[in-house]
Design a protein around this ligand. Sequence first.
Ligand code: NAP
Ligand code: MG
Length: 399
Amino acid sequence: MERLKMTTPLVEMDGDEMTRILWQQIKEELLEPYIDLKTEYYDLGLPERERTGDQVTIAAAEANKRYGVAVKCATITPNAQRVEEYGLSQMWKSPNGTIRAILDGTVFRSPIMVKGLYPVVKNWKAPITIARHAFGDVYKAAEYQVPGPGTAELVFTGEDGQVSRQLIHRFDGPGVLQGQFNLEASIRSFAHSCFQFALDTKQDLWFATKDTISKQYDHTFKDVFAEVFAVEYAEQFEKAGIEYFYTLIDDAVARVIRSKGGFIWACKNYDGDVMSDMVSTAFGSLAMMTSVLVSPDGNYEYEAAHGTVTQHYYRHRKGEQVSTNPMATLFAWTGALAKRGELDALPELAAFAKKLEQAAIDTIESGVMTGDLVGLWEGDVPARKVTGLEFLQAIRARL
Ligand code: NAP
Ligand code: MG
């Protein structure tokens, strides 16, 4: 068989531990036999980040900006234990944080749905994608433990010397204080990424904040979204037959639970942090959750939502057979290949990516799956537990 050709390289970001093993297996079993794979390879595994003083992460993110589409393996974010385990010279920053800062993107997370694995919420028939604004608010706040009686004020000093001062509270005993901020430019980028992703995937976009209580802060988010939509996207949305819908966060939460799914839910930073854990748990397994970082100028970085599955890796190193689910990592590859196919006008490449996804879904629906899914299985055929590699081989047989 002649292998499919690519024109522009994909930026390939390799990673760590169990997912690094799955990464290689996915390429060998399901990609290289069918595609003349063209990638620009960056090793984001922890040893290489240490060797290059983390320059490899920055170079990979720059390449992502140059070529537009990247696929990333899960990577270790070092903590004190990892510094010892890998003999690190310093506690390198989270690669995802570094890449996100360089691309200025928004993260979209969606579940892969399969017949036989049902969400806890019975009426959810289609995926719900969470778009989390990953900048500012409580994550960059200044905090203070108020020791006793005193006055707290909010003070802003302009470059021109103008001072704005307002009373927060007169404390007559101990308490706590917090100062949050966000940037209009960041909110604007967030809005563009969300509207573009909605157009890309032809899904409605919902956005919600607490603007009735937070009349300046949250209301700014609402206003920026409304303005960006009216000026740049309203017409395109109408043509695509999709909607932008704003509501209060309380109302959104209730509507999401009653919905059929099939839309994008844009969330402020904290709401997205909390709601993405709730939505992904309700959909089933973290191993079935995909993630894509979209920048406002149209760069894409595809990955799995889960980590490097350390516990499985340690058991694998002891020679045990482990059953790690490669679905989300495989879908990172198919997402990236389909996007490359779309951008380079290579319909066969995009079509292959869709067939590969279908073969993977069909494999699970036929009862062949990794251990994490067996306990959740409600299909008609009995579930058969296989290793990650056996699962990939079953997909290949079906493909
Ligand atoms: P994790 O790797 O997501 O794994 C947590 C647990 O979830 C696993 O022990 C496993 O449960 C289950 N699980 C996750 N993915 C699975 C899969 N594909 N197949 C089967 N089971 C799966 O999270 P973690 O253990 O907290 O973090 C491990 C490392 O990953 C850390 O060093 C962290 O820094 C890094 N991390 C990276 C990213 C990223 O690069 N995007 C994201 C998160 C974490 P059982 O053990 O019960 O089977
Ligand atoms: Mg969280």
